[in-house]
Design a protein around this ligand. Structure first.
Ligand code: VGL
Ligand code: ZN
Length: 199
């Protein structure tokens, strides 16, 4: 059987309670994610990794507030509170996360002018992160996604993964969502329709 990888998405301090862009219950998934890591063949993590003044931050656009939408050259973009600034405490993985077995960390969102939800492509849906090539070169054909947030980085990663031909599962019990204007139900439906296995 082809190799499988567990991909842990953005389980970082800023997405956990007390962080700059806290996801409700974000820290609750850590014990389960650690169990999944223990049983996984290959572990990959993503790390949201923005320079200060990133274009996805509301603070970079005078008059704009967090969670408003803005039209970018690559399409509509939600504006966020400043979060996951490169090297900050908020950008660190949750301190309880058993990350040491990780074979690859994909950092994303480091280009100042473009956000990156997906682990595979930035938000223009064309700039690759290199993850698909890495998985193919290593003969990994199936992935399981867990982490934060269900309706943003996990969902866009899952949609790109199926498009790239990977057998894709999302473990919903090891994810938590932001749910902005119904985004959780909308993204669950999109994932289901695209052929992502939701368990
Ligand atoms: C994420 C918003 C902004 C995520 C990252 O990890 O889902 N959401 N940056
Ligand atoms: Zn971000």
């Amino acid at each position: 059987m082809a190799d499988e990888a567990l991909i842990v998405v953005d389980l970082q301090n800023d997405f956990c309670p007390g962080g700059a862009l806290a996801v409700i219950g974000g820290d609750e998934i850590v014990p389960l994610v650690n169990d999944l890591i223990r049983n996984a063949e290959h572990v990959i993590m993503t790390q949201d990794w923005h320079p200060a003044g990133h274009s996805s931050f509301a603070s970079s656009h005078p008059g704009k507030q967090p969670f408003e939408m803005m039209e970018m050259p690559y399409g509509p973009q939600t504006l966020w509170p400043d979060h996951c600034i490169q090297g900050s405490l908020g950008s660190d993985f949750h301190s309880g996360l058993a990350w040491s077995k990780t074979e690859l960390v994909i950092r994303k969102g480091f280009r100042p002018g473009i956000d990156s939800y997906s682990a595979f492509f930035e938000n223009d849906h064309t700039t690759p992160t290199g993850l698909a090539g890495y998985l193919r070169e290593r003969g990994i054909e199936a992935i399981t996604l867990v982490g934060l947030a269900t309706d943003f980085c996990v969902a866009f990663s899952a949609l790109d993964a199926v498009k790239q031909g990977f057998a894709t599962t999302v473990r919903l019990d090891a994810c938590r969502g932001i749910n902005l204007n119904g985004s959780l139900d909308a993204m669950l439906a999109r994932m289901r329709d695209a052929g992502v296995k939701l368990v």
